[in-house]
Design a protein around this ligand. Sequence first.
Ligand code: ZN
Length: 152
Amino acid sequence: MLPNELDDLYKDVILDHYRSPRNTKRLEDAHVKAHGLNPFCGDEVDLQLLLNGDGTIKEVGFQGRGCSISQASASMLTEELKSKTLEEAEALRKLFRRMMQGEKLTDAELEFLGSLEVLEGVRKFPVRIKCALLAFSTLEDGITEYKRKKRS
Ligand code: ZN
């Protein structure tokens, strides 16, 4: 299920989130909603964000199925999003993508990524990078759609 060569630290954190995903309650009255699919491996992620009046993220919900990396990264993302603004959420997504593309991040950037840094180990397995990015591209779709609706 997981590449054998993955370091033990990465494995432990990923498997813990995969077996006990966080924030899986569906938020029916969410402001931001999106569904993501990674056809390569059949991974699916549903993501919801409930916002506070000041625009910060109050609650995050995710449901999904698929490989351990896709589900663990979604679960880890939900933990990092709380109390961030949508702009910060987008910054987090961009930073995560840069890390997965092999860019060297500064200490401050790594600190902003928080626990998501652990997923850098997935980079050694190029076919799995799409799995790790699924929740993040789903987040992007949701925020784009939310902003589009707000404007119209
Ligand atoms: Zn996958």
